[in-house]
Design a binder for this molecule. Structure first.
Ligand code: PLP
Length: 536
């Protein structure tokens, strides 16, 4: 093979000349767009390779001195990278929130890169800015259901923002709490605001000994990052135990009062609409009452569960979300948009002004640049993907998808319940559930002998880990794993399999295959003799 040269000519070609039809990269491109499933099943193949082996392919830390031909490089990517990726489109990959996408996103991704717009400012995005504002308005309307006049007034207003588009739920949660913090520690007589004077001056001015965020133990770890970044400190994220996997409003209120009595201030109460681990939904309406009583910001983390609002049958589960001050949504979860599509929405269109920043060369006073109220700087035109999905699928399409996922989760829960070797550990509220391998005879014994349960649970924990690991390594199917207290064992956290049934291509046969594989793996493992004895 001839060597590429670092000449001006070569480099200009890289920027301008489309690859010839016969080049390796265009073959890959063609295959991808002709039949993605076939491409993935052919090229994402080496699922049993260990991470240590793969690291051998990525161990050189010097930058290549000489250029490489694009075709040559494409082959390298196929062999080293694609082959050892994870096939998240597989209907038997049911362990995480990342799944198959509608086919048109592949072409739209190309369009997005082709245009390479930067949403931080209008000068580099033009129509993309109004489009993003419209998308934020559409999602705002889904959550807060304001009237037409409200949206006409605020959608494209330079002094308002209905929300902020960002890379994901993490950034959305941080943005929401950033706004909550700055609104609480706002400028007033003798104080220029936390954004000017900083946290310690603000605390001194307002006389707060601590600023606290209250959530349940099932809150997403991004809340911990948020209180860290915002200068509050991780210890100021108070996570309450959650009987039935939901935050108890009475307990939240009592905790808030206690904090206040001790000279602290609750900055925000966070309700979760679809916990990451079990998919449970906090009692949002009651939490809104608590937030009102504590006079604090109510944030609802609906990164996962927000899309449930599309379902007329199930939206009641999120009752009260419209009373939140801010809401996080992730379009790259149950809205089937590629990753990088998070949003925070504000009920009050003026809320975002608490974090408004200006700069001389962009984001000038009075400009409609989205970057003025976003945490991130340069951002791509991901809003276009959501815009497209909202049109191509419509409310009706999303409703079908959500209803189907929830129905599938209920089907799987019934299959687990009826199966003689599995135990359902949390039933699905949305399309998430957890379970573990635990033969019925043993379940029966444990139910009647708490002491035995205490002894056996750690042994079952080991079994759960081993089954999950073998299943992941064999690469035919995948469930994830987590650990928490269940209602049956409130004092003893247990390991469980976690399943997310969001891939519309997953069938009952796939679910049966997942269970069959787990039974096969369990039977072939070396069991702790004590556990075997108890199972007899
Ligand atoms: C996924 C998720 C997040 C984080 O979102 P990213 O997009 O991964 O940053 C936050 N909260 C909840 C409840 C989630 O499910």
């Amino acid at each position: 093979m001839s060597q590429a040269k670092a000449s001006h000519e070569h480099l200009l070609r890289v920027f301008t000349k489309p690859e010839g039809r016969d080049s390796r990269l265009s073959q890959i491109e063609q295959h991808l767009s002709d039949n993605l499933a076939d491409f993935l099943s052919r090229h994402v193949v080496a699922s049993d390779t260990s991470l240590e082996e793969i690291e051998q392919d990525f161990k050189v830390s010097s930058i290549p001195q000489q250029p490489q031909f694009v075709s040559e490089h494409a082959d390298m990517l196929l062999n080293k990278l694609v082959a050892n990726s994870v096939n998240t489109y597989s209907p038997r990959f049911i362990g995480h929130m990342t799944s198959a996408l509608p086919y048109f996103h592949l072409s739209l991704a190309k369009l997005m890169v082709g245009l390479n717009q930067n949403l931080v400012k209008i000068e580099t995005s033009k129509a993309f800015t109004p489009l993003e504002r419209q998308v934020l308005g559409m999602m705002h309307q889904l959550v807060f259901e304001q009237d037409e006049g409200f949206y006409q007034q605020h959608l494209h207003s330079a002094d308002h923002s209905l929300g902020s588009f960002c890379s994901g739920g993490t950034l959305a949660n941080i943005t929401a709490l950033w706004v909550a913090r700055n609104r609480l520690l706002a400028p007033t007589e003798g104080f220029r605001g936390i954004d000017r004077e900083g946290l310690s001056a603000a605390m001194a001015h307002y006389g707060y000994r601590r600023l606290v965020v209250v959530s349940s133990r099932r809150g997403h770890y991004s809340l911990g990052k948020a209180v860290d970044v915002l200068g509050l400190g991780r210890e100021q994220l108070v996570t309450l135990p959650c009987p039935g996997q939901r935050l108890d409003p009475a307990q939240a209120l009592a905790e808030g009062k206690r904090i206040r009595q001790q000279g602290g201030r609750v900055m925000a109460l966070v309700g979760i609409a679809g916990t990451t681990e079990t998919g449970h939904i906090d009692p949002l309406d009651e939490l809104a009452d608590v937030a009102r009583e504590l006079d604090c910001h109510l944030h609802v983390d609906a990164a996962w569960g927000g899309a449930t609002l599309f379902s007329r049958r199930h939206k009641e589960l999120l009752k009260g979300i419209e009373r939140a001050d801010s809401v996080t949504l992730d379009a790259h979860k149950q809205m089937y948009v590629p990753m990088g599509a998070g949003m925070v929405l504000f009920r009050d269109p003026k809320a975002g002004n608490a974090v408004r920043h200006h700069a001389q060369y962009i984001l000038r006073q009075g400009s409609k640049d989205l970057g003025a109220t976003s945490l991130e700087g340069s951002r791509n035109g991901m809003a276009m993907m959501l815009y497209a999905s909202l049109h191509i699928l419509g409310r009706a399409g999303y409703e079908l998808l959500i209803d189907k996922s929830l129905a599938m989760a209920r089907t799987f829960a019934a299959m687990i319940d009826e199966h003689p070797e599995f135990e359902l550990t949390t039933a699905p509220t949305l399309c998430l559930l957890t379970y573990r391998y635990c033969p019925a005879a043993l379940q029966e014994k444990m139910a009647h002998q708490p002491k035995l349960a205490e002894q056996v649970n750690p042994l079952l924990d080991e079994l759960t880990v081993a089954i999950q690991k073998h299943q992941r390594e064999s690469g035919h199917s995948f469930v994830s794993r987590t650990r928490f207290e269940t209602d049956r064992y409130p004092q003893q956290p247990i390991n469980v399999f976690r399943v997310v049934l969001a891939n519309p291509l997953t069938t009952e046969q796939d679910l049966q295959a997942v269970l069959n594989e787990q039974v096969r793996i369990a039977r072939n493992l070396d069991w702790d003799p004590e556990l075997s004895r108890h199972c007899q």
